[in-house]
Ligand binder design. Structure first.
Ligand SMILES: Nc1nc2c(ncn2[C@@H]2O[C@H](COP(=O)(O)O[C@H]3[C@@H](O)[C@H](n4cnc5c(=O)[nH]c(N)nc54)O[C@@H]3COP(=O)(O)O)[C@@H](O)[C@H]2O)c(=O)[nH]1
Length: 899
């Protein structure tokens, strides 16, 4: 048996020779040695371990776990660069040892704990080590030490076994062994067996404890791995990550081996490194907990935001930092989106004049954003108020609706708070605002705890709505309530009157002969007149009463709060109105006289609903018209029949025209000087089947109002022309024909012109035979149009007579512009010509002026020889009147004047 060597006794050459004999140097990994290293790792729960041999140049690593090293150069081999390689080399914390600067500890591996158990061969030579390493400082328990020693012995036994299995040894076993070889083999086999048994025993003893430890480790590993985020344990120096979970690798893209060599700040973007280092120092040096947001730059260069938490962990008198990093990319994105949304919202709010508010109902604070102050006309600023304060700003009239709407939203009765109300602006003026809001949070008892919404200034819209409402309910010309508002007020009046047991009067007021004024003086004058009428009517009533214009010359009045049976109030007002209308009005430098007819119905005696009251007032008004205008009439049931009759006239008149019930009568016009027949005036009559012959005043007004006057007038001209043509032919002499023309016919000048042309053509009479009679007032409206029309008719050869002369403007100046042939002095002057010097003087003046203009003068309504004598004396040209004859049917006229 060879003598045992002391460590220093083995030279490098001898050790190399031994290793060569074992045929182990530079051989590939072998399961037996790998298993040994794994067992060493398990025995001391070390993340790294290796089995190495020293060949003089290097510490060559045969088997390893947790490290990538292939060998250590001689100068780095801790186990073989010291005086006692045969003893275990234990460094519990390299950083605090003489080896702190050794590359193994200061280098990439960042080892803190180191224990190398020598592989001592049976002869005492040390060939290598079984080494375990950790990145955290630690100690080695006696049990762990024993386990390592046993494993080192086992490694030696396995080496020896290799030697025995070498070809040379096999050959020796076959009979060529040297002297003590067999003995040595047996010794080794026994030794190996013993070590194995010891180890198994040791392993058996430790297995229970190891299993427990393993389970705990597995548990803590599983916990670390399952942590939501990247777990890390930073060493007491704060410059290395000692433990981490897979999430850190996934987050950074680095392998475990790479992470093991990196500092925490190496994962960060440059800008975040210093803050991170500072935070780590705070934890490790001051024991504080920190949270840091920093950008992680992964292996591929991708940048992602992370939130890192760190807290101190005290272990073995040292402070570590333990924590988790969470990827906050989504949160950041959401924050950015929110920021962008807010930016957009702010932008929208600033341009939309929309203010945001948020009411914390529990704390009773209403928060307003800066748009609120802006909305009120103040400098933008955020503010908070109590709800009572907010309510106190609200216009007293709007508080009830404000509180009701808010209460409904809070109680969940309505889906949202939606209210328009007034608040004072920065200078104390009321402005209209529109607030909308929703309960955005309720507590477990479903009580509203938060209400959020917007407010916008709607003053302009409100003003526009008020204006629109005003326009929709007002008459544009006079500003009085229109038909719509009148109806509303009437309905309201009925409700109030019924409730308060009072009466009221409803009046229809129609201006008399307004149409004539309007048609003759033009719409401008008509409009001005209507405005004056509106003012006068309004002045006759109390402010609480209603004066409305229904259109045209129709007005309506509601006189409120009359006693049931008291129509005196209404009567007094009606009389006041009649008097007010009677006073002349100066419009466009012209004195206009007008009057009105008033129909009155009383609530409730004449009707309990608006339709009946209006209908009955209308009936009464027509009754007033029939009574000769310029008066008022209270409705009575008898009036209804009369009104019905009037309403039916128009319909019957249409039928009359179709059925040929209209007839023309003829009144002769005589020469004053000779008494000869000068001409004939056509005058219409209605041969009513039941009522007999009706004069024009029974239907001509209806015809004019309904427009029927146009076809009726055309019919008269056509028939009269044909008739006169027959008489001319029969009498073989000229006979002049006068036909009355109404304003309704003149308005459509083209149609009148066409009708005259057609009548002349159909009858074949000389156009000079026909003379159209137009009243003075009719001619005055739009005189330029009249001049054009009459000139066209004049060119046809048709004559023109001014009818009722003296009742209008009695001015001959306008006649110069018209192709007038004659004037007819109104019968009112003729009536008293012989008795009233004024009338005589007027007729004398008219005659003088007319004759000076070359016009023929006809006197109307001559009933007595005295009148005729006076006219003769004054030099009147022609006359017409009952003195000679009333208007006669065609046959009679023919009998008397043609044959
Ligand atoms: N557009 C049309 N208007 C017409 C037509 N026919 C008639 N009228 C208009 O009706 C007015 C009244 O007509 P009438 O009732 O026929 O009265 C005429 C005469 O009967 C009446 N007259 C004639 N002489 C006398 C008299 O001595 N005393 C007296 N009290 N009345 C008399 O005067 C009317 C004729 O007036 P005038 O037209 O001014 O010449 C009538 O005035 C027309 O406006 C028609 O077809 N179309």
């Amino acid at each position: 048996m060879a003598a045992l060597k002391r460590p220093g006794d083995v030279t490098d050459e001898e050790r190399l020779a031994r290793l060569k004999a074992y045929r182990v140097l530079d051989t590939p990994p072998e399961p037996a040695f790998d298993e040994l290293v794994r067992r060493a790792q398990d025995a001391v729960r070390a993340p790294m371990a290796w089995l190495s041999f020293f060949d003089g140049e290097r510490e060559w690593i045969k088997a390893k776990a947790g490290v990538a090293l292939a060998h250590l150069p001689r100068e780095h081999s801790l186990a073989f660069n010291r005086g006692e390689p045969a003893s275990a080399l234990l460094i519990e914390d390299a950083a605090r040892s003489q080896f702190a600067e050794h590359p193994l500890f200061a280098g990439e591996l960042r080892v803190r704990f180191f224990c190398a158990m020598p592989l001592i061969m049976p002869d005492g030579a040390v060939l290598g080590t079984l080494t375990v390493l950790d990145r955290i400082p630690r100690t080695l328990s006696p049990q762990e030490r024993t386990a390592l020693e046993n494993l080192a012995t086992l490694a030696v036994a396995r080496l020896e076994t290799r030697l025995l299995q070498a070809p040379a040894v096999v050959a020796a076993k076959a009979g060529a062994l040297e002297g003590n070889a067999e003995e040595r083999i047996q010794h080794l086999a026994r030794e190996y067996q013993r070590m194995n048994e010891l180890l198994e025993e040791e392993i058996g003893l430790r297995r229970g404890a190891e299993d427990k430890l393993r389970r705990e480790k597995e548990f803590s590993d599983a916990m670390i791995q399952s942590l939501p985020g990247a777990f890390y344990l930073v060493g007491p120096e704060g410059d290395h990550v000692l433990r981490w979970n897979a999430s850190l690798g996934l987050a950074t893209g680095y392998t475990d081996a790479e992470i093991a060599t990196m500092r925490p700040q190496d994962f960060m973007s440059p800008k975040d490194r210093a803050p991170l280092e500072a935070a780590i120092r705070q934890v490790i040096e001051q024991g504080k907990e920190v949270t840091v947001e920093a950008e992680v730059v992964d292996r591929a260069g991708n940048v992602r935001p992370y939130a890192f938490s760190g807290r101190p962990l005290r272990l073995g008198g040292l402070t570590y930092m333990i924590g988790v990093g969470r990827d906050i990319t989504l949160r950041r994105r959401a924050e950015q989106q929110m920021a962008r949304s807010k930016e957009r919202l702010d932008l929208a709010l600033s341009s939309s004049n929309l203010a945001l508010w948020d009411w914390d109902i529990v704390a009773d604070r209403v928060y307003y954003n800066e748009s609120w102050a802006k909305l009120l006309g103040d400098a933008p600023r955020e503010a908070t108020f109590g709800s009572a304060e907010v309510l106190s700003w609200t216009h007293p009239e709007d508080r009830e609706i404000f509180e009701a709407s808010m209460g409904n939203a809070i109680r969940g009765v309505s889906e949202q708070f939606d209210c328009e109300y007034r608040v004072p602006n920065a200078v104390g003026e009321w402005i209209w605002v529109h607030s909308r809001g929703k309960v955005t949070m309720r507590n477990d008892s479903n009580r509203a705890v938060r209400l959020t919404g917007t407010t916008t200034n709607v003053t302009k819209r409100k003003a526009a709505e008020e204006r629109a409402e005003y326009l929709a309910t007002r008459d544009a010309l006079t500003g009085l309530p229109n038909r719509v508002l009148l109806h509303d007020r009437l309905e309201q009046c009925i409700v109030n009157a019924a409730r308060n047991q009072v009466g009221f009067a409803f009046m229809f007021i129609d201006l008399d002969r307004f149409k004539t004024i309007n048609d003759s003086l033009g719409h401008q004058v008509g409009d001005e007149l209507l405005k004056r009428v509106a003012a006068r009517l309004t002045a006759c009533v109390r402010a609480s009463d209603t004066v409305a214009r229904l259109g045209g010359d129709e007005f309506a009045v509601i006189l409120e709060n009359l006693r049931d049976d008291d129509d005196e109030g209404a009567q007094q007002v009606a009389e006041k109105m009649i008097a007010a209308m009677g006073a002349p009005m100066l419009v466009n430098n012209q004195h206009l006289n007008t009057s009105c007819s008033i129909g009155i119905s009383l609530y409730p005696v004449d009707g309990k609903d608006s339709a009946t009251l209006m209908k009955n007032a209308d009936v009464a008004m027509y009754y007033a018209k029939d009574k000769g205008r310029n008066n008022y009439q209270f409705f009575s049931s008898e009036m209804n029949a009369r009104a019905q009759e009037r309403l039916s006239v128009e319909n019957y008149l249409r039928l009359a025209l179709r059925r040929g019930e209209l007839v023309v009568h003829y009144q002769p016009r005589m020469k004053v000087a000779t008494g000869e027949l000068a001409g004939v005036e056509a005058l219409i009559r209605w041969q009513h089947p039941r009522r007999g012959l009706l004069p024009p005043n029974r239907f001509i007004e209806v015809a004019e109002e309904s427009g029927l006057i146009v076809p009726i007038g055309e019919w008269v001209i056509e028939n009269a022309c044909k008739q006169v043509r027959q008489w001319q032919l029969a009498a073989k002499k000229d006979l002049q024909l006068s036909v009355n023309v109404s304003i309704g016919q003149v308005i459509d000048g083209d149609r009148l012109f066409a009708a005259v042309q057609r009548a002349l053509a159909l009858s074949g009479i000389d156009p000079a035979t026909l003379e159209l009679e137009l009243t003075e007032s009719l001619l005055m409206q739009n005189i330029d149009e009249k001049v054009a029309l009459l000139n066209r008719l004049g060119k046809l050869g048709v004559g023109l007579a001014i009818d009722d002369f003296g009742t209008g403007y009695s001015s001959l100046s306008y006649l110069k512009a018209l192709p007038v042939d004659s004037i007819k002095i109104d019968s009112s002057f003729v009536r008293d010509i012989h008795a009233d010097p004024n009338d005589e003087a007027i007729i004398r003046a008219i005659l003088a002026m007319a004759h000076s203009m070359g016009l023929r003068v006809v006197a109307e309504g001559v009933e007595t020889p005295e009148q005729l004598a006076a006219l003769r004396e004054l030099g009147c040209d022609e006359y017409q009147g009952f003195l000679t004859s009333a208007a006669l049917p065609a046959e009679e006229f023919e009998q008397r004047y043609v044959k």
